[in-house]
Design a protein around this ligand. Structure first.
Ligand code: BGC
Length: 354
């Protein structure tokens, strides 16, 4: 009897090791695939979701793909083969998951695209994100207001920088902002001295700070080295804003007079510190706790055989049709409201921003 018990125990332990699951087994396992650990927000997203899913009684296989498509594909493949019942995925590249997700569909595993829409795959069941177009609109409106464009002020010099061309969000951010700013470029209140205005030219591979900095080094030396004032930079997120700031630090030799208005997104700690120091004007605050909680609600509904809650059934077509979405609302943060938004809400401690 004792032998039988230890045999059973050994079998159970091996099974647990193979499925990567704890006490819950794979029957309630959720796969969470995040793009990279290199950006603060994805660490928060992943951790928040894991915590909430575990509190709701699920086991979680949380993986980060190091921004490498092949790594993400093989991590998702493992999740499918080890019995995950729902997949939550923030894609490294929106267009590269079709083949692996066909396997999920075959096994009736629902897929929730997280933050970034997964393109051209009919395996995507839902999309949970912030209103990406609104993110861009708010960035554009911030520049419009700070420069007094609506009351005719100008001309001002502006430069533009957005994100990875393989991330569907980048087009929404840029499109939202340009829907506010384009008319001022057209009437001459805003001047883009570099002449770089179309999406592909102002895109930043992998949203990389270094790529952003290199592009700005070239823009500044070609257009602003003679002391011409750069008044504003539309940057779609904090990692690209950081590249712009680094470039200005180097090119302006630490002289902060004439510093442009720089937008951003995510409220990463380093960028909030720049905001406090007057080196970045604003960032969009997307409370990852809200998005994670909403996504967990969606997972829970699917696990119980129901439908996930959505609030948008018209905006996001991934090439195979409209994906029912839940859009959370982004807000802008700047030096005037960051304490209330970020510290009072418990998102960061005051110490973290010192
Ligand atoms: C996210 C942004 C993030 C960017 C770079 C986008 O898809 O929506 O919040 O800054 O990716 O990781």
């Amino acid at each position: 009897m004792k032998k039988l018990l230890s045999l059973l125990l050994a079998v159970a332990m091996v099974a647990t090791m193979l499925t990567g699951c704890g006490a819950g087994g794979s029957a309630n396992k959720v796969g969470v695939s995040m793009p990279t650990k290199s950006l603060q927000r994805w660490n928060q997203d992943g951790e928040n979701m894991k915590k909430l899913l575990e509190a709701a009684g699920y086991t979680v296989d949380l993986q980060y793909a190091d921004n490498i498509v092949e790594t993400q594909v093989s991590q998702i493949e493992n999740m499918i083969n080890s019995g995950c019942k729902v997949l939550v995925i923030a894609a490294v590249e929106g267009d590269s998951l079709g083949t692996v997700l066909a396997q999920a569909k075959e096994k009736n595993i629902p897929v929730i695209a997280y933050d970034r829409l997964i393109m051209n795959s009919d395996a995507v069941s839902y999309y949970a994100t912030f209103d990406n177009y609104m993110v861009g609109t708010k960035q554009g409106q911030y520049i419009e207001q700070e420069l007094g464009l609506a009351s005719g002020a100008g001309p001002f010099n502006i430069e533009l920088i957005t994100g990875d061309p393989g991330d569907n969000n980048a087009r929404f951010f840029f499109g939202g902002a340009m829907d506010v700013l384009q008319k001022y470029i057209d009437n001459g209140q805003l001047v883009v001295k570099s002449g770089q205005v179309d999406f592909d030219t102002v895109a930043t591979q992998s949203w990389s700070t270094e790529n952003a900095q290199n592009r700005f080094d070239a823009i500044i030396s070609a257009n602003y080295a003679d002391g011409t004032k750069l008044d504003a930079v539309l940057a779609s997120n904090d990692s690209t804003a950081m590249g712009v700031t680094n470039s200005l630090e180097a090119n302006y030799a630490g002289n902060h007079d004439n510093w442009p208005i720089i937008t951003g997104q995510d409220c990463d700690i380093a960028n909030v510190k720049n905001m406090i120091a007057g080196k970045q004007a604003m960032s969009i605050f997307k409370d990852t706790r809200t998005l994670a909680a909403k996504t967990v609600e969606m997972v829970d509904a699917l696990m119980k055989g129901g439908e996930a809650p959505v609030n948008d059934k018209e905006t996001y077509d991934n090439g195979t049709g409209i994906i029912p979405s839940y859009l959370c609302e982004p807000v802008f943060a700047d030096v005037n409201n960051y304490k209330e938004l970020l510290i009072d809400s418990g998102y960061y401690t005051a110490d973290q921003l010192q």
